[in-house]
Design a protein. Structure first.
Length: 232
């Protein structure tokens, strides 16, 4: 999902909007699910996962011609693979974090909540950290396995399907995204994560990024021509 548009400004805007809408979908659907299914956590998680997966498909389809990473780990792997200049990667990561935080605030305001409510939902422990490593490695394999084999037109469906499934097969419910993790610290709702728990999740996501990068280089050493885009 390397940036396709000429000019850093358009790419930054796409990443802010994409990450913002993604987080709004995660947090907003979590709030709605907890209100509609207050006594059934499993059903609430199903509602949350379907909404998130569907939103990802739509957002990637819409923004992929400009930029549709929405994830600092994905952006760093793009830079490491030579699809993106490191200087641009730093700017895009800042855009993703800013967009994610804005998405949480907007979701809160839509549901009549305070703009910021720091989460008290502790998520910590080796099992959850391992789950974030697994979730992130899988996400990278899905993204780059699709794009580097010349099937970039299918990546939206692959990513949306993977994330919807990973909500269920990982104990952490598959955050797999540092920007989204940071954004979820400021919501004390169904989707939140306590600020003290976020560093462990983020560290695990970067470990998953390193492992995913190594696997991508081994499995897909040569990118399809459409993936060889460099934004300087």
């Amino acid at each position: 999902m390397a940036p396709q548009a000429s000019g850093l400004a358009r790419t930054v805007v796409a990443e802010v909007l994409g990450t913002g809408f993604l987080v709004a979908a995660v947090v907003g659907s979590g709030i709605m699910a907890s209100r509609l299914s207050p006594h059934d956590t499993g059903l609430a998680l199903l509602e949350n996962s379907i909404a998130t997966g569907a939103a990802l498909v739509a957002l990637i389809l819409a923004l992929q011609p400009v930029s549709a990473s929405f994830n600092p780990v994905v952006t760093l792997v793009e830079a490491a693979l030579g699809s993106l200049a490191w200087s641009a990667a730093v700017v895009l990561i800042a855009a993703q974090v800013a967009g994610g935080l804005a998405g949480t605030v907007v979701a809160h305001l839509m549901f009549g909540l305070d703009a910021v409510t720091f989460s008290t939902h502790e998520r910590t422990g080796p099992g959850l950290w391992l789950a974030e490593v697994v979730a992130t490695v899988g996400l990278l394999l899905v993204i780059f396995g699709t794009t580097r084999s010349g099937r970039g037109d299918r990546v939206a469906y692959a990513v949306g399907g993977y994330i919807a499934a990973a909500y269920w097969f990982t104990s952490s419910t598959s955050f797999a995204n540092p920007a989204v993790t940071v954004a979820r610290t400021i919501t004390d709702s169904f989707s939140g994560i306590a600020p003290g728990s976020a560093p462990g999740f983020i560290a695990a996501q970067f470990v998953g990024g390193l492992l995913g990068f190594a696997l991508i280089r081994f499995l897909f050493p040569i990118a399809a021509p459409a993936d060889r885009k460099v934004l300087s």
